[in-house]
Ligand binder design. Structure first.
Ligand code: SF4
Ligand code: FES
Length: 253
């Protein structure tokens, strides 16, 4: 038997094709505009570029006043949710080549929250709802010194899906109930309540269930699944809302 080691040839990277994409962005400057207006931009893009790269290119090379939020640029911070061709997505996770570039790409701010400038909305109402469900561990007893709060893998799996939320608001701002009723807690607040309601270490599920049994709570959900479709983390948002509804009806988590 031969001991010869097969040497693989180094692969030559394929040339990344470039193309021109047209972005039509809904602009609004409260100091100048009475109403939002649409503005087109043509940008030269590479096959690996994302919508966030296109926005940066426009801002750096064509119009420095273009305003949008972003931080991590890798789908973790949740700050760049926007409507891209009518669908809520993260700009940093949307490849331009995956959109239909034979047509313009329409970009606008998420709906249902007050528009501040261009693609930036006021997130305060969203975070107020989030805070109102007590999104933190509320445990009655303190473990003995040096001991942990134990949890089995099965107990941990019960709420694993809802731990993935990055608070991007893509779900809440895609919900038609939230568009028409700004008082509704919205899917993201319910997801973050779910995360603690079903945590075996928490002792205050009932407090959150009572909060969400409010007339602006879970019963406002019309099960349209927009939230689940919009979630960039793949969280089964509608299912989480249904589980909270069932827990309210049962009277326990
Ligand atoms: S549930 Fe999904 S869409 Fe909603 S805020 Fe969390 S990560 Fe964003
Ligand atoms: S910039 Fe952080 S999630 Fe997109």
């Amino acid at each position: 038997m031969s001991n010869a080691v097969m040497e693989s040839k180094p692969s030559i990277p394929e040339e990344i094709p470039t193309f021109t994409a047209t972005l039509i962005i809904r602009r609004f400057d409260p100091e100048v505009d009475d109403e939002p207006r649409w503005q087109d931009f043509d940008v030269q893009m590479h096959g690996t570029d994302r919508v966030l790269d296109a926005l940066h290119k426009i801002k750096w090379e064509q119009d420095g006043s273009l305003t949008f939020r972003r931080s991590c640029a890798h789908g973790v911070c949740g700050s760049d949710a926007m409507r891209i061709n009518g669908r809520n997505r993260l700009a940093c996770k949307t490849l331009i080549k995956d959109l239909d570039i034979s047509k313009p790409i329409y970009i606008e701010a998420i709906k249902g929250l007050p528009l501040e400038k261009d693609l930036v909305v006021d997130m305060e109402p969203f975070f107020d709802s989030f805070k109102s469900v007590n999104p933190f561990l509320m445990a009655g007893s303190v473990p003995k010194a040096g001991k942990e709060r134990k949890q089995s893998p099965v107990e941990r799996a019960r709420f694993d899906d809802t731990t993935k939320c990055i608070l991007c608001a893509a779900c809440t701002s895609s919900c038609p109930v939230f568009w028409t009723d700004g008082q509704y807690f919205g899917p993201a607040a319910i997801v973050n309540a779910h995360r603690f309601i079903f945590d075996s270490r928490d002792d205050n599920a009932q407090v959150r269930l009572d909060i969400l049994n409010d007339k602006e709570g879970v019963w406002r959900c019309r099960t349209t699944f927009n939230c689940t479709d919009a979630c960039p983390r793949g969280i089964q948002v509608t299912q989480a809302i249904a589980e909270v509804k069932q827990a309210i009806l049962r009277g326990k988590a």
